[in-house]
Design a protein around this ligand. Structure first.
Ligand SMILES: Nc1ncnc2c1ncn2[C@@H]1O[C@H](COP(=O)(O)OP(=O)(O)OP(=O)(O)O)[C@@H](O)[C@H]1O
Length: 270
């Protein structure tokens, strides 16, 4: 009997609806290397709906970052299109915020000044965003460190600054490439809980790249499972676990079932 939680990809745009924010239509990406062409992505069709938390999970080299960069407008596809509200994405949009594995903070600027940096880059008046920046810094738990410098902060705290920086500019869509991959297990878990709380309450649509199956299932409404050589989507899993989720959610037998389903979709690639 077909599994209702599992939407196998092949049939394009099956999830498209008026809630669609991002769609990719038959995206392929080929990198030309001296040793020959590398097919980083082949015929990738995904739909991300408004307010959803979507993870791309898969082993190294399956094209997760390439797909995220195409959606971010940082990299053109070789064929196919990525669309934001039905318009082809050809350059980065202010509607999207980006977070990387490392925080990329300027060491000579305080937490607050790092968070306000994009205001200067975008030509906004820092004074007009200062209040918002302060409330976001407080929301990520750094109220007492607003005047601290990056070297006074742990790796987890630095990633909180990066999160505060991106949230201050109220992105509709948050693109994250293994944002907590460099953190220890405990800090990573705390950051994931906080990320979920903040993005859910603000209704932000999230795309999150990770190698970690447990993290992907815990955070997501949809898990896009990718396999390498060539990079493609082997399936999309709907995670119908209730929200808000807490650590106890992992004890739910449905959680274990979903981890198992992601593993089966990864097949011989794990
Ligand atoms: N700029 C580039 N030039 C050439 N090849 C590239 C480039 N970027 C990615 N690739 C290749 O494309 C494939 C997919 O890479 P990508 O970084 O998207 O995978 P990934 O799933 O994000 O991997 P990881 O989890 O290790 O970050 C890999 O074979 C990689 O070597």
């Amino acid at each position: 009997m077909p599994n209702p939680k599992l939407q196998l990809v092949g049939a394009p745009f099956t999830g498209a609806s008026e809630r669609s924010v991002i769609q990719t239509r038959s995206i392929s990406k080929i990198f030309s290397l001296p040793e020959g062409p590398v097919t980083a992505l082949k015929d990738v069709n995904i739909t991300v709906n408004k307010g959803d938390f979507v993870s791309f999970v898969g082993p190294s080299g399956c094209g997760k970052s390439t797909l995220l960069n195409i959606i971010a407008g940082l990299l053109p596809p070789s064929s196919g299109t990525a669309e934001l509200y039905g318009e082809a994405i050809t350059s980065p949009s202010r509607r999207m915020g980006f977070m990387f594995q490392t925080a990329v903070l300027l060491p000579w600027r305080t937490v607050e000044a790092n968070v306000l940096l994009p205001a200067e880059v975008y030509g906004l008046k820092p004074d007009s965003v200062r209040e918002k920046a302060r409330s976001v810094i407080e929301a990520v738990g750094l109220k007492d460190f607003i005047k601290a410098y990056p070297k006074q902060l742990s790796g987890g705290m630095q990633q909180r600054v990066a999160l505060a920086r991106v949230l201050t500019y109220e992105p509709e869509i948050l693109l994250m490439d293994e944002p907590f991959g460099a953190l220890d297990e405990f800090t990573r878990e705390a950051m994931n809980l906080e990320l979920m709380r903040i993005t859910q309450s603000a209704g932000i649509t999230c795309i999150f790249v990770t190698h970690n199956i447990t993290e992907a299932v815990f955070l997501s409404d949809k898990v896009v499972v990718m396999t390498p050589r060539p990079g493609k989507v082997s399936g999309v899993l709907d995670v119908q676990l209730p929200r808000p989720r807490e650590i106890d959610t992992m004890k739910d037998p449905a959680f274990a079932d979903m981890i198992f389903e992601v593993r089966s979709l990864l097949g011989r690639h794990i």
